[in-house]
Design a protein around this ligand. Sequence first.
Ligand code: FES
Ligand code: FES
Length: 579
Amino acid sequence: MWLFVQLSDTPTATAVSFTLNGHGVEVHDDRGTSLLDALREQLQCRSVKDGCSPQGQCGCCTVWVDGAARVACVTPVRRVAGRSVTTVEGLGPELETRWVDAFLAAGASQCGFCTPGIMLRLAALEHGNRPLTRHAVESALLAHLCRCTGWQSIVEAGCAALGIGGTEGGGTTPVQPVPVADQLLTQWRAQLEGATSQRSGPDVVLGGGGFADDCAPAGCLVQLGAAEAAPVRGLDAARAGAKKVQGRHSTMPLAYPVAIPDGDWALTLQTTWVEPAYVEPDASWCLPGAGPATPLANGGAFGGKCRSPVPELARALAAQFQLPVRVLWCREDVVRFGPKRPPVALGLRADGTGIVRMGRTPGSPDLRDVRARLGAIAPGVAVEEVDIPGPPVGNELRGAGWVEVVAAQHALRAFGGRRPPSGEGPGRGQADIRVPGRGRAAVRLEREGGPLGRGTVTVEVWAGEILDPVTLRSYVLGAVHQALGLVWSEGIAVDAVGEPLDLTVRSFGILAARDMPQVDVVLHAEDRWPVNGTDAVLAATAAAAWIADGAPPQWPTRRGGAGRRVATVSHPGQQEEST
Ligand code: FES
Ligand code: FES
């Protein structure tokens, strides 16, 4: 069967024919159209996702070309002329069932935006010559970004589907049929942990999470990024007009824009700019006179999309042009205009009281909510707001401000009321944290010398009725990954006038699968109403990791890599407001 797509009006367009999932197709190539745009825009194949194009760093657009995994956003469509392209729709019944069951059984897909690309990458390992090992799975995942799951469940799913068993794989072989989960209980647990509605199931694993840009009707005007230029017909034209380049990864030092408050403190902590790094960029679309599509289709982006401007922009442009309008941000837009975790600087006395100062940039919301949360969880710590230049800060981001304070209070207790003399940390840390109105988590972390990933983390969680153990465990693993990244490695460079300098996925400092210690999770069933459990996991893991490192004065504690130095950059003219 052949599917023909109308050639573009552009005089330079040429036709390219290839096989997609066993069917012949023909698309047009307008001076370098990518395979990703040909699949999504011309062939409506929306299981292939755009998480960072044209950076080629998130892996969400991965497909098979003649059976090998390829990143479609940096593959010109002309390169696949006469070749065979496969997406998850073309896996065939046996492979599809095996991989979907493995992902569902392990809880390896939450929002599902990254999942089709990861599944294709891992399934392609069977076509190669390399031995199938857990190490091979972890190495394959270096080409991908998943922000939700914390990697371990994906590694388990990959090992199970590939038949890598025992201690080598940590998985089961062969994959067992998945008992049908109670969707209501699964969604309930996901909503408690992610603070927004989230489905799971085979369709989500296969890329059908209902993301806004996947559901936009054909023929919309397209607005790429902030409203600098009028929307145009077609993503190709919008990309050309926006003149987006690949972004960059700087070698600039991380900045610590908020100064430690004056005082004789037993313990201090400064943090830098942290990118929440949700994988699905902000997107929406709107018909004239209707409501815009939500950018929160199957996940909350850890609070990062609460104030996303894209729905209102789509609504306004649809009203202005009286046509359907689609608005989407590229990765560079997300870094420039999306909210960052507020940089903080805190000082605590030996009794755990003190001051936390939080950075606030022009246009960002005030700190009322953070004050309320800190008032409940650490009432002896005053909050000061410090005006700084920079990208928006998101006080709604998971654990913003209070996690740092609680981790510092636990570190004080662990070290007997004063920061230990500088030097090596003890290599182990533990924390037991109950969040008012939410759950409790007890975390023990044992670090071995050498690479980051050596060691173990044991997490016990009390979150009321468990509802669905696979879902809760998946969220726990994700929270451990985020907490370790926050303390150990995450940060983006922002210059003295507040411009983000690190614009690529690879520059955020997110821990890779092979950087993660083994995480063992124990879920305690409680005879009470279910509550959020992973906020406590985030805080307890951050505290345990920082204690294990000896509570050095800045996060991240171990940011390394070629050309990257960690140093303080202060901003002139900093204004302060205190409560
Ligand atoms: S969209 Fe292609 S690698 Fe991210
Ligand atoms: S499940 Fe991987 S980014 Fe959400």
